[in-house]
Write a protein that binds this ligand. Structure first.
Ligand SMILES: *Cc1c(COP(=O)(O)O)cnc(C)c1O
Length: 390
């Protein structure tokens, strides 16, 4: 039998072995590793809410009022008040009839896709979709079709193919894409995709993981930013673990879809509900994101993104700014050089990104100070990484 040691050695030889890094401070712009401070440009905490005092207070209040654990799956031991309220608020915020929360975004994607599609159906995905969407689509047993990233012509030909193949009365065709792609930070052409899926009578599942809290005047995401709401995006997915600063995932859709998920989504049915304090705090996070204070955080985030991108002579469509370096070794060496200079930026390699497209993935937060962003640009310039404009 092949040994795990052999497999690890193989990964090592290909510069693909990953290791966990221990951090002994909260996730914030400055983190502490082995008694040294680093400027952190690696987290998805886009609005700095992971350490926000308002959310910390909400978590503490949630523990005091509802205890530490949820007890069981919600179908077994019932839904605690804050969970029902969070789902109502999410649905109202996202302008859908109903919402359902899961213990993570990953569980949301897996549960939703496997519940809503089966052997007789077709799921059409963007090639760059997140692993959770791909895994959920595979688990569903549906026929999968992949279109090259943001390629509308190929999407349309898959839709035409699926329309001819799937029985309109009983089958289902699902298009799946993301608002902001997690490793490239670019956006999906949502208006065009919605037009196409409507023309072919398909549904659209949009994963707003990196756009929730970040895009749109109220932070609802790309659908808001593009003015495509009011039911036109059939399945609106997102996570509470990025800009919302906590953990958990959500799916907002029609009442019937949500009721069906309660009956069919196995990652919902067979998993204990998230700790009630998290759910209680998530309500506070959604309110904060929607409020004037949320808008101020978004303004600060976009100012930081603008400064960083300008320093690299790039355009940025989101808080994710990739610096593509090519080979695994190049990305690892750049990450190591910047670490020595006091910056924490992950090297992203295959299979998270295609071979030959290894990169540094810089993520910007509203919590970064302008001087911290400038310091990163200066360190990249010194190291000749990404050739920032001087
Ligand atoms: C992070 C992410 C997820 C998973 O969300 P978690 O809450 O972290 O499990 C799903 N989709 C996309 C696009 C993501 O970036």
């Amino acid at each position: 039998m092949r040994t795990p040691e052999d497999e690890l050695a193989d990964l090592e030889a290909k510069h693909l072995r990953r290791r966990l890094r221990r951090i002994d401070s909260p996730q914030q712009p400055v983190v502490s590793i082995e008694d040294r401070d680093y400027l952190n440009f690696s987290s998805n905490d886009y609005l700095g809410l992971a350490t926000d005092t308002r959310l910390k207070s909400a978590l503490i209040e949630g523990v005091e009022r509802f205890g530490a654990g949820a007890g069981a799956s919600r179908l077994v031991c019932g839904t605690l008040g804050p969970n029902a309220e969070l789902e109502e608020e999410l649905a109202a915020f996202k302008r859908t009839e109903a919402g359902l929360t899961f213990s993570s975004g990953y569980a949301t994607a897996m549960g939703t896709l496997a519940a809503l599609a089966g052997k007789e159906d077709v799921i059409i995905l963007d090639k760059w979709c997140h692993a959770s969407l791909i895994d959920g689509a595979r688990l569903s047993g549906a026929t999968l079709r992949i279109f090259p990233h943001n390629d509308l012509d190929k999407l349309e030909s898959h839709l035409a193919w699926a329309q001819a193949r799937v029985k309109p009365s009983t089958g289902r065709v699902l298009v799946v894409t993301e608002s902001i792609f997690s490793m490239d930070g670019d956006r999906a052409p949502l208006v065009e995709i919605v037009t196409l899926k409507e023309r072919y009578g398909a549904w659209l599942m949009l994963d707003e993981a990196h756009a929730f809290g970040v895009l749109g005047d109220s932070g609802r995401g790309l659908a808001e930013a593009c003015g495509i709401e009011d039911g036109r995006v059939d399945l609106q997915m997102g996570t509470l673990s990025k800009a919302a600063g906590l953990s958990g995932g959500y799916l907002c859709a029609s009442r019937a879809v949500i009721d069906l998920l309660i009956n069919r989504a196995r990652s919902f049915i067979y998993s204990t509900a998230p700790p009630p304090a998290i759910v209680f705090a998530a309500k506070a996070a959604v309110r904060l994101i929607a409020s004037e204070a949320g808008r101020e955080l978004r303004d600060r985030l976009w100012r930081n993104v603008g400064n960083f991108a300008e320093g690299l002579s790039m355009e940025a469509d989101s808080a994710i700014v990739p610096v593509i370096l090519g080979e695994n070794e190049a990305a690892l060496a750049a990450a190591e050089t910047l670490k020595e200079a006091g910056f924490l930026i992950p090297a992203i390699r295959y299979p998270t990104v295609p071979r030959g497209k290894a990169r540094l993935r810089v993520t910007i937060s509203s919590a970064h100070r302008e001087a911290q962003v400038d310091a990163l640009l200066a360190a990249m310039r010194d190291a000749g990484i990404g050739c920032p404009a001087s």
